[in-house]
Design a protein around this ligand. Structure first.
Ligand SMILES: O=C(O)C1=C[C@@H](OP(=O)(O)O)[C@@H](O)[C@H](O)C1
Ligand SMILES: C=C(OP(=O)(O)O)C(=O)O
Length: 425
């Protein structure tokens, strides 16, 4: 079914049942990349199959890596460990992970690679990463500061020290770290990746990167706070099981607390290694979530929590979320726009903070509103939660959930949520 809008019918009963979120996007795209850089065959199970991971897999294929898909959740990756220059630009849609990670890794190609994305990705900054690559002597150019990026690879990564300001995106650090073992063969100088600020948002994503690198044979140590030393080992093939996606889990946790149900997602919140699992404790506190929530270490969960906040017992100020403005869309603007479409004054932007003026009495009302999702999967998925309690919530471009959770609408349906697609084709 394709449709340009989907109206959620409030179920009027607690949502209960079993729903397994798909595999982690962040981990799938890390291990696809590393398996593609390793010589041999790697079997990746529990993987996410969605737009973002399909773009990564297609890019690897375009550079001569075999990526087989024996079933819905498995990739089998076979590589010589060396990539050939693709015959066309790598098109990566709006997949930030694929775009940033490949921009650094394609320095190991002998030849020119153009890393590009869709009109949204072409507005997402990549300048700091390009400048860091250039400081290592790698020819990388992005005239607009956003994709497309043209990299003239020399067959290996650089060596020495590279500094990176990751204030806009932790993905720049992850990209440099994952490319670092590809330093020139025979070089005994390790690569040192150093943050220019002391701390970054979403530090947990760097930890995911280090875990994945080590699983594929890299030797990497944090030698000082925010400084990592990476040996030029290359990667070796490995089998890897990918845990479910913690950001996807937040919608199910949200549906559970909003409706007072019991949704078994098959994984304990404490068992996730991804940063967004930190959102569980905040969501579990609903309807008494705190007055101030720092989103810096659980950024992708903020749309979920902001929509829940509309029904909280007290207003919530979200801080530490400035870089939500450079995600798939400006998420601070998209959240305030959507919440105010439900009821004027429900949200206010104060600088880069978002204040949600909670009103538990919203539940049970009929407040018809069309939610502009700005082609952002998380805006679509989080505002669907509002539709569980308020009548008349219509999600525009609901198909955009395919970026990370193609089965989202079916998952809600399996819990008994009915939707109406007036223009379904
Ligand atoms: O490294 C990763 O897997 C991610 C890092 C975060 O992005 P930024 O580092 O750009 O904040 C997060 O929002 C994104 O969904 C996934
Ligand atoms: C920010 C996100 O994705 P990415 O940066 O990987 O495009 C996200 O999935 O919320």
């Amino acid at each position: 079914m394709t449709t340009d809008k989907l109206t959620i019918l409030p179920p009027g009963h607690p949502l209960s049942g079993h729903v397994s979120p798909p595999g982690s996007k962040s981990i799938t795209n890390r291990v696809l990349l590393l398996a593609g850089l390793a010589k041999g065959t790697s079997r990746l199970t529990g993987a996410l199959k969605s737009d973002d991971t399909r773009y990564m897999a297609e890019a690897l294929r375009a550079m001569g890596v075999s990526v087989e898909e024996p079933d819905e959740t498995t990739f089998v990756v076979t590589s010589t460990g060396e990539w050939k220059a693709p015959s066309a630009p790598l098109f990566l849609g709006n997949a930030g992970t694929a775009t940033r990670f490949l921009t650094a890794a394609v320095a190991s190609v002998n030849g020119q690679v153009i890393v590009d994305g869709d009109e949204h990705m072409r507005k997402r900054p990549i300048g700091p990463l390009v400048a860091a690559l250039a400081s290592l002597g790698i020819s990388a150019k992005a005239p607009t500061g956003c994709p497309p990026v043209t990299v003239d690879g020399r067959g290996h990564f650089g060596s020495g020290r590279v500094e990176i300001d990751a204030g806009l995106s932790s993905q720049y650090v992850s990209a440099l770290l994952m490319a670092a073992p590809l330093a020139p063969a025979g070089s005994n100088a390790p690569v040192t990746v150093a943050l220019t600020g002391i701390e970054i948002g979403a530090r947990g994503y760097v930890d995911l990167t280090l875990d994945a690198m080590r699983a594929f044979g890299a030797r990497v140590e944090e030698t000082d706070l925010g400084t990592w030393t990476v040996e030029p080992t290359g990667y070796r093939a490995a089998d890897f099981h990918i845990e479910p996606d913690a950001s996807a889990a937040t919608y199910l946790w949200g549906a559970e607390v909003l409706t007072g149900g019991t949704i078994d997602i098959g994984t304990a919140a404490t068992a996730f290694t991804q940063p967004d699992a930190k959102a569980y404790d905040v969501i579990a506190a609903f309807p008494d979530m705190p007055a101030v929530i720092d989103g810096s270490q659980m950024q992708d969960a903020i749309p979920t929590i902001a929509v829940l906040a509309a029904f909280n017992n007290q207003p919530v100020r979200f801080v530490g979320i400035a870089n939500l403005r450079v995600k798939e869309c400006d998420r601070i603007r998209a959240l305030s726009t959507g919440l105010n479409a439900i009821r004027d004054g429900l949200a206010v932007e104060e600088g880069d903070d978002l204040v949600v003026n909670a009103d538990p009495a919203l539940a049970g009302q009929l407040l018809p509103a069309e939610i502009d999702t700005f082609a952002d999967h998380r805006i679509a998925m989080s505002f669907a939660l509002a539709g569980l309690k308020i009548g008349g919530i219509t999600i525009l471009d609901p198909g955009c959930v395919a970026k990370t959770y193609p089965g989202y609408w079916d998952a809600l349906g399996s819990l008994g949520v009915q939707t109406v697609a007036p223009n379904a084709a």
